[in-house]
Design a protein around this ligand. Structure first.
Ligand SMILES: [Zn+2]
Length: 273
């Protein structure tokens, strides 16, 4: 179970319509939404990994301590929510260093994991894995082995695996897919969870598990908040962001009844053993 802890206005869909300078003045809903998720997880005895955006950690330090205090793993979603392939390696290094230091200072816990905004580690930003290793990260969860307009490496391995790099090896935890007709299809989280019927997710995760692998499910706090302020975006963006927000909580409850979940640190320990 993984959560990318960010506010509704951080989402890449709004990169072209909401200026970063405006973030500070927008109504923040991330604390209340994350606390709702924490309550739901308690109800179903689920523990997960929370990839916290540094920008959020800086403004809501108590939230970082609450997440770890309630038994979940803390990881980094970077600082400023910029797509990796739109940054230089130096800017990216500063971004992942700043977020890791912030979350570690606030929590007193070591941060091992990173997930890029919009899974933006692709063929043209694989250099990011070397930077992550150099900055002390042990695993990355940013490569989606699918074809998509904004992210994905369609031929990348589908299961958690070790990636040997020049500076050492990094554990990679891909987004979950099922393979149908020679194509990888995403099955476990975010818009795919909200937009497609729940039966797709249940079937897909079951199939991944039957292949002997853990599924990596991901969600954002804003995805359980149907009352969030509406922001301008293109038609596709509107559809991806707002579709079925009112259904997410019920679906999440079904998901937690149908499967058991843990934080990536424990799942990965099982994979490495
Ligand atoms: Zn994000």
């Amino acid at each position: 179970m993984t959560i990318d802890v960010e506010d509704y206005f951080h989402v890449s869909v709004f990169d072209g319509t909401v200026r970063r300078a405006e973030w500070e003045s927008m109504e923040s809903r991330v604390v209340a939404n994350t606390e709702r998720l924490l309550d739901l997880f308690d109800e179903y005895a689920v523990r997960g990994t929370f990839f916290v955006l540094g920008w959020v950690a800086e403004r809501h330090p108590a939230l970082v301590r609450t997440i770890t205090g309630r038994g979940h793993e803390l990881a980094s979603h970077g600082y400023a929510h910029r797509l990796v392939y739109e940054q230089t390696p130096d800017v990216f290094r500063e971004d992942v260093r700043r977020s890791k230091a912030l979350i570690e200072d606030l929590s007193g816990r070591r941060v091992n994991g990173y997930r890029a905004p919009s899974f933006s580690v692709t063929e043209r930003s694989l250099w990011a894995l070397d930077v992550l290793l150099e900055e002390g990260y042990r695993y990355d969860a940013s490569i989606f082995p699918i074809r998509h307009d904004r992210y994905g490496i369609p031929g990348a391995p589908r299961w958690p695996h070790t990636m040997p790099r020049a500076k050492g090896s990094l554990f990679e935890v891909p987004g979950s897919t099922v393979r149908l007709g020679g194509t990888n299809l995403p099955v476990a989280g975010g818009g795919y969870f909200r937009i497609l019927p729940y039966a797709w997710t249940r079937w897909g995760i079951g199939r991944v598990n039957r292949e002997g692998q853990p599924a990596v499910f991901y969600l954002h706090p804003w995805e359980i908040d149907p009352d969030q302020p509406r922001l301008p975006a293109g038609l596709l963006g509107q559809f991806r962001h707002y579709r079925n927000l009112h259904r997410t909580e019920t679906r999440l409850r079904s998901l937690m009844r149908d499967f058991s979940f843990g934080p990536l640190e424990t799942v990965l320990a099982g994979c490495a053993a």
